[in-house]
Design a protein around this ligand. Structure first.
Ligand code: AMP
Ligand code: MG
Length: 416
């Protein structure tokens, strides 16, 4: 009995935890996941400061100012950002002030320079609209002890900026998983043996490239174990390279062919097999087990099957190990351009291109859907999900599509 996609996902992820924390320099934090709550040790900003270039004044002094009846104040000081004021603001006086500079005592407003004559010894205030405004209070952004960035946050530029503001030169993040990738098949060579491919004897192990790069794109560190022939002894020997890794991904040899012994090799090494076969197309022969502490995902060899099953099962594992909570690809509702039909009662993941139109998102298949046609995957930016109980989706009907990455979320125009 094959597992449904949902059941398989739950079974696999039930065995996966976030990896332990490690300290890293803040400079290297992009894309990592924070493993601790970070609280602010300071008030930020550290002083009441001006949000305008202008004059720090008392609201009562300027409230009634107009162009016809301006008010003149004596200027007693100039403060720049990075300086402390040397005098207080008394009734009838003003301090020239730049954006970010501390507000002098006695002032409760900053009149923008555009509403004045810009004077240096005395200033004419020509509008009272800034009375009581343009002072950014101390601690407005962060209070002492306040949560600056929460554990589990994926660190992008803004979060890294906040961590810098509160003095974190080093932070604790979840360790990145080291993911071993091994492909098997007598027919496989690496690109450096392309002469054998030209002679029609071999094919390039494209899975080695797609899977290693999928691991990297998911935020893992790939350990490329290359390719091995369909030979249990060679396979066992090469698997030693996975020692110390957090996940093992294999491709090929998990089906029912006479030389499909990936499962047997893993079993002979003491692995427990938790799952085999998922009711999906492409990609039915998917295996999952654990070899001691090492989770193993056995993906099928067909290039499209390997990538689709990676997206559905391996990527969420890597993201959970990285400490992320949003581990799945998002699906969106789309309408299909052309009728789509499936033969077998399996969940189908069809290679599609999303067109974002004014009237919503449309999905178009990339062409023939054979599981060996890697170019169909290379052109796709989404997988159209066709459930087993819906053999036909007519043109214009709605379905869900799983977006494969930034491509599907990017636009060729600024649409604000
Ligand atoms: P298997 O899962 O080993 O039965 O392989 C299924 C199909 O995928 C066969 O046509 C293989 O030649 C092909 N295949 C297996 N491994 C790879 C690989 N690493 N790169 C490209 N194609 C592969
Ligand atoms: Mg094979």
């Amino acid at each position: 009995m094959a597992y449904s996609v949902q059941e398989a996902s739950e079974r696999i992820l039930g065995a996966i935890r976030a990896l332990a924390a490690e300290p890293i320099p803040l400079r290297d934090a992009l894309g990592r996941v924070l493993a601790e709550d970070v609280h602010s040790p300071i008030e930020h900003p550290p002083w009441d400061n001006s949000s305008m270039d202008g004059y720090a004044v008392r609201a009562d002094d300027v409230r009634s100012a107009t162009a016809q009846a301006p008010i003149t104040l004596r200027v007693t000081d100039t403060v720049r950002a990075g300086q402390l004021p040397s005098t207080d603001v008394q009734p009838g006086t003003a301090v020239r002030i730049m954006t970010g500079a501390p507000i002098p005592r006695g002032a409760d407003s900053v009149v923008r320079v555009e509403d004045t004559d810009g004077g240096e010894r005395q200033v004419e205030i020509r509008d009272g609209r800034d009375a009581g405004r343009n002072v950014r209070p101390r601690g407005e952004d962060l209070r002492v002890g306040g949560l600056a960035v929460a554990r589990g946050t994926v660190l992008g530029p803004a979060q890294i900026g906040v961590l810098a503001s509160v003095g974190c030169a080093t932070i604790q993040v979840h360790r990145r998983p080291r993911v071993a990738v091994l492909s098997s098949g007598d027919e496989l060579v690496d690109v450096d043996r392309f002469d054998a491919v030209r002679r029609g004897e071999k094919i390039v192990s494209s899975n080695s490239y797609t899977l290693v790069n999928s691991v990297r794109a998911a935020g893992g560190e790939a350990v490329d174990l290359g390719t091995v022939p369909d030979d249990p002894a060679a396979y066992t020997e090469r698997l030693a390279g996975a020692r110390g890794c957090d996940l093992l991904i294999t491709s090929g040899g998990v089906s029912v062919g006479a030389f499909d012994f990936t499962k047997d090799v893993l079993r002979s090494l003491g692995a427990e097999l938790h799952l085999w076969r998922v009711a999906m197309r492409p990609g039915a022969p998917v295996g999952f087990g654990t070899l001691g502490d090492l989770p193993w995902l056995g993906l099928p060899g067909n290039p499209v099957s390997a990538l689709v099953t990676f997206e559905l099962f391996a990527r969420p594992v890597i993201r959970r190990q990285r400490g992320e909570t949003r581990i799945f690809r998002r699906t969106v509702q789309v309408r299909v351009r052309d009728e789509v039909s499936i033969q077998a009662p399996l969940t189908h993941f069809m290679r599609a291109i999303i067109e974002w139109q004014r009237d919503g998102a449309w999905a178009r298949l990339t062409g023939p859907q054979g599981s060996g046609l890697l170019t169909s995957m290379a052109r796709a930016d989404a997988l159209l999900v066709v459930p087993p109980d819906r053999p036909t989706i007519r043109a214009g009907e709605s379905a869900r599509a799983m977006l494969l990455g930034d491509g599907a979320l990017s636009s060729d125009m600024l649409d604000v």
